[in-house]
Design a binder for this molecule. Structure first.
Ligand code: MTE
Ligand code: MO
Length: 401
């Protein structure tokens, strides 16, 4: 079952409708969003974000944007270069005061205004956001769904109160085991399922899980779930619910389509092309596997003979990256790259390597990362029908002249 659909459930979404930007009091939010939709930048209010790359439009309504891998060539991804993935499009934010309810298996159901949520002590969490479907386009045979290539990923600084703080305020009952999130993005078509997800209570209460109100020091843009979204560092972004309106503490996980059968992987690998096993043999997509991304040279770049700096980023779900190796398909001898940035769970690290091409001609560079659990990025990822969690060697072709 395809849960990253390109159409069907998406039909008519308000994603590119100007109304969604009402209430985006911050010029930068508006400008970044408009800039992306139009393919140009009008970001007078924002600091320069480096080279002006265009986002790849994977779908217009609702808006689904992928980053050019060359724009991911920094420790923190500029907000305007961060991929966008929405099933139903962004809701109209700002027409009414936004409230967040905490209910279900709690002692004191809460209705909090944004001012009250903002008054809770925040923490700042740098974390990689990656769609479970990032890299889907590399699966053979083709997996149905949006054909994300390599750029449905980025690294942001997210800030807001810990989800645990909200849960403590409401008082969680002993029989609770999951926390469900209901977003303000109802499907445009009544037959399409709403995007409702849950995470287990122990993950919800962890130190690093927050209700983010800001991204990279600015109010969270509407496209990225503003005014408030869940951030679950290390977990694939299907778990990072946007536009939070209701937090429901429950004994069971969410029963919606986007929880089950959505975003599940076979417990045991299946043969390429095979149908997924019955639901009881499927597990929810949570922790991301170790992965690297070459950001420079850009895809199909022309480089001069001599020393070529290969740069990129690498991340994992649980733990941190301890090694990145690079080689070429033509000469598959792995050589260790230099790692920059502190090892930190949930974050990525940049790497660089001085490569001396042996001759002129076409080369395919490849990278593979290893994490602190000893997991090594494989050459290819076991096929699955939804095309989730691709983490095969990252490959970029270039021409040496
Ligand atoms: N309410 C809501 N939350 C959502 C989604 C959605 O469609 N609705 N999409 C999810 C998916 S599949 C991804 S990959 C991330 C994308 O977040 P971004 O648009 O900020 O990159 O949001 C997640 N949270
Ligand atoms: Mo996603």
């Amino acid at each position: 079952m395809d849960v990253e659909p390109t159409s069907g459930a998406n039909g008519e979404g308000p994603a590119t409708d100007r109304r969604q930007f009402l209430g985006a009091a911050v010029g930068g939010v508006f400008a970044a969003a408009v800039g992306r939709t139009a393919g140009t930048r009008t970001r007078a209010e924002e600091p320069p974000a480096g080279p002006d790359h265009r986002m790849i439009v994977r779908n217009e309504r609702p808006l689904n944007l992928e980053a050019d891998s060359a724009s991911l060539d920094s420790f923190i991804t500029p907000t305007a270069e961060l991929f966008v993935r929405s099933h139903h499009g962004a809701p109209a934010v700002g027409l009414h005061p936004w409230t967040i309810q905490v209910e279900g298996l709690v002692d004191r159901p809460l209705t909090l205004g944004l001012d009250e949520v903002s008054a809770l002590e925040p923490i700042e969490v740098p974390a990689v956001i990656q769609c479970a479907g990032n890299g889907r386009a590399q699966f053979k045979p083709t997996a149905p769904g949006l054909p994300w290539a390599r750029g449905a990923v980025g690294h942001g600084v997210w800030k807001g109160p810990r989800l645990a703080t909200l849960l403590e305020k409401a008082g969680v009952k002993p029989e609770a085991a999951h926390v469900q999130f209901i977003g303000g993005d109802p499907p445009p078509n009544p037959k399409a399922p709403p995007f409702i997800r849950s995470i287990p209570l122990d993950r919800a209460r962890a130190e690093d899980v927050i209700l983010a109100l800001t991204l990279n020091g600015e109010p969270l843009p509407i496209l990225h779930g503003g005014p408030a979204r869940i951030v679950v560092p290390g977990w694939a972004a299907n778990n990072w619910s946007k536009w939070i309106r209701k937090i429901v503490v429950s004994a069971e996980e969410a029963s919606s389509f986007f929880m089950k059968p959505g975003y599940r992987l076979p417990r045991e690998p299946v043969a390429p092309g095979a149908e997924p096993p019955p639901p009881e043999d499927m597990l929810p997509v949570t922790w991301m596997p170790v992965k690297s991304l070459i950001t420079s040279p850009a895809v199909d770049a022309q480089v001069a003979q001599g020393s070529v700096e290969i740069r990129g980023v690498a991340w994992t779900g649980e733990g941190h990256v301890v090694k990145v190796e690079v080689s070429t398909v033509q000469d598959p001898t792995w050589r260790e790259a230099e790692l920059l940035d502190e090892p930190r769970q949930g974050s990525w690290r940049r790497f660089k390597f001085a490569w001396t091409p042996p001759a002129a001609g076409e080369f395919t560079l490849q990278a593979r990362a290893t994490d602190s659990k000893g997991e090594v990025q494989p050459e290819t990822t076991p096929w699955n029908k939804s095309g989730y969690l691709w983490n095969g060697y990252d490959r970029v072709s270039c021409v040496v002249s």
